[in-house]
Design a protein around this ligand. Structure first.
Ligand SMILES: NC(=O)c1ccc[n+]([C@@H]2O[C@H](COP(=O)([O-])OP(=O)(O)OC[C@H]3O[C@@H](n4cnc5c(N)ncnc54)[C@H](OP(=O)(O)O)[C@@H]3O)[C@@H](O)[C@H]2O)c1
Length: 253
């Protein structure tokens, strides 16, 4: 791989026990970064770190709940202890696996609240915990993981779509507030991607929506990670507040 300028960068990836989070963690490590892989599932996060170390990379796992301010602060302290600071935050944790599709009028209120707590408040909590460390590093990059469903208006999933729309809105606001600190904030919006979570959610996952994409094939996690690497790297030094859709050409905005 060409040098992306990510060597020795200090990266925290949330929701990194599997799926896209694990793939992001692995991709940053393969690009030479040090990675703290965090998840509600601490064992899964440690397994991600183990897999990276097995490939010769530098990583550690951590248990963290992004909805709890103290847990986010502890994660940043763990990053400082393990890596000596923080340069890049990937806000990937979300309620996604197992989320039922339902008409908007029938969404359970407790599920609505949980989706908002993790997918919206979690991004805020984690980013405000990380901002001082990014500032102390002289600047950095934040990649917020949204979803292309925001642009398709995916039906029967209004809570999820709304939460991921909020991620885009928050990113724009945070990009303006953090620009003076040389902290860039961008969104990666993947289209439907084959992960453990999405494969379990639908029987026809491998063919789902494929005909609607210009590239006519399903996305593997490897198709998505390049977008996160780009947004976090010096190649995107003049890019902030933006949304990069990586979906094989299903949505054009
Ligand atoms: N796969 C797709 O088709 C697709 C498409 C567009 C966008 N995305 C987005 O990409 C990201 C990853 O998706 P994925 O397919 O890899 O799904 P996933 O396996 O459900 O990934 C989400 C991860 O976040 C963790 N998490 C949930 N609540 C948390 C909390 N409070 N604190 C910390 N971690 C928490 C989950 O842990 P537990 O499993 O222990 O709850 C899980 O490991 C998500 O933001 C998702 O919305 C996915």
């Amino acid at each position: 791989m060409r040098d992306l300028g990510l060597s020795n960068k200090r990266v925290v990836v949330t929701g990194a026990a599997g799926g896209l989070g694990r793939a992001f963690a692995r991709a940053f490590a393969d690009a030479g970064a040090k990675v703290l892989a965090a998840d509600l599932d601490g064992r899964g996060a440690s397994e991600t770190a183990r897999l990276i170390i097995e490939r010769g990379g530098a990583a550690q796992g951590a248990e963290a709940d992004v909805t709890i301010a103290e847990s986010c602060r502890a994660l940043v302290q763990a990053a400082e202890a393990f890596m000596g600071g923080l340069d890049i935050l990937v806000n990937n944790a979300a309620v996604f696996a197992g989320l039922e599709r339902r008409p908007f009028a029938e969404i359970d209120e407790a599920v609505w609240d949980k989706v908002m707590a993790v997918n919206v408040k979690g991004v805020w909590q984690m980013t405000r915990a990380a901002a001082p460390a990014l500032r102390a590093a002289g600047g950095g990059a934040i990649v917020n993981v949204s979803s292309a469903t925001v642009f398709s208006g995916s039906p029967q999933w209004m809570h999820y779509v709304a939460s991921k729309g909020a991620v885009i809105a928050m990113t724009r606001s945070m990009a303006r507030e953090l620009g003076d600190d040389r902290i860039r904030v961008n969104v990666l919006a993947p289209g439907f991607t084959l992960t453990e979570a999405s494969l379990a959610m639908m029987e026809n996952a491998r063919s789902y929506g494929v005909e609607r994409g210009a590239l006519k094939r399903a996305a593997e996690v490897e198709d998505i990670v390049g977008g996160a690497l780009y947004l976090a790297s010096p190649l995107a030094d003049y890019v902030t507040g933006q949304t990069l859709i990586v979906d094989g050409g299903r949505q054009f905005i």
